[in-house]
Design a binder for this molecule. Structure first.
Ligand code: CO
Length: 250
């Protein structure tokens, strides 16, 4: 049912400031910016190879995104899976009694979209999208690789995602972590106590075609980063609330 991670949604205070990091420092091309009036947000899509990063700025008090920003600050907000037929996907989820925010799809920035209720997916807000104009053709220095999800019971959370979206499990040699494939990307479910007790989306991993160049741009921009072997981690204060791992490995 699910083909790939279409995008991850990140709530920010101001799009223009977030462009300083995501577009200018990371180098992700801006595909479009639109105000979605009935949702009270300005939304921007940036290309991350065949996937996308969606930035959301609340422009109206009292909306879901405005409340999220007030309560949690900037950071990872939702996860969007591409599905071949969002109408059919929502119908079948509804028929199995899954809690939905949108029972029928509506027009969104990513195409025809619909949101599941976070209580359906272990506290993670999941969007389904069927792009209407195919995928974008922009080239981008980074590719979405993995979304890390903290959970008090990673096995149970994995089963929920498997049941809802038929995601295959990748072998992890035992241990408390579980990895589910989503196209070329993955969801990594980790015990909450490994990630400071946090539940829900806690980090994003991307692959860089040229890690040295990305690292140099980050250093020149004064971003707070930790360097490891073949990997960089950008601290959330420099990346609008997102724990961002950038690796040279697929
Ligand atoms: Co979205």
């Amino acid at each position: 049912m699910v083909r790939r991670i279409h995008h991850v949604g990140i709530v920010v205070e101001e799009l223009t400031r977030a462009y300083g990091f995501y577009r200018d420092t990371l180098g992700l091309p801006l595909l479009k910016e639109v105000e979605i009036k009935d949702q009270g947000v300005r939304v921007a899509l940036l290309a991350a190879r065949e996937g996308e990063i969606e930035l959301l700025e609340p422009v109206q008090a009292g909306t879901g995104v405005a409340r999220f920003l007030e309560k949690r600050g900037e950071g990872l907000h939702h996860l969007c899976f591409e599905t071949e037929d969002v109408d059919a996907s929502l119908r079948s989820l509804k028929a199995s009694g899954v809690a939905l925010i949108d029972e029928t799809p509506r027009d969104g920035l990513a195409g025809r979209i619909g949101f599941l209720h976070p209580r359906a997916c272990a506290g993670v807000l999941v969007e389904l999208a069927t792009p209407v104009n195919g995928s974008h053709s922009a080239t981008s220095p980074l590719r979405l690789k993995r979304v890390v999800i903290g959970s008090h019971d990673p096995k149970e959370t994995a089963q929920i995602f498997q049941r809802l979206f038929a995601l295959p499990e990748q072998g992890m040699n035992g241990g408390p972590r579980t990895m589910l494939s989503v196209g070329r990307g993955a969801l990594l479910l980790v015990p909450a106590d490994e990630v400071g007790g946090m539940e829900g989306m806690v980090a994003l991993s991307v692959v860089a075609e040229d890690l040295t160049a990305v690292g140099e741009r980050l250093r020149n921009a004064g971003a707070a980063i930790l360097s490891g072997a073949g990997e960089l981690t950008v601290e959330p204060r420099s990346s609008h609330g997102v724990h961002l791992h950038i690796s040279r490995f697929e």
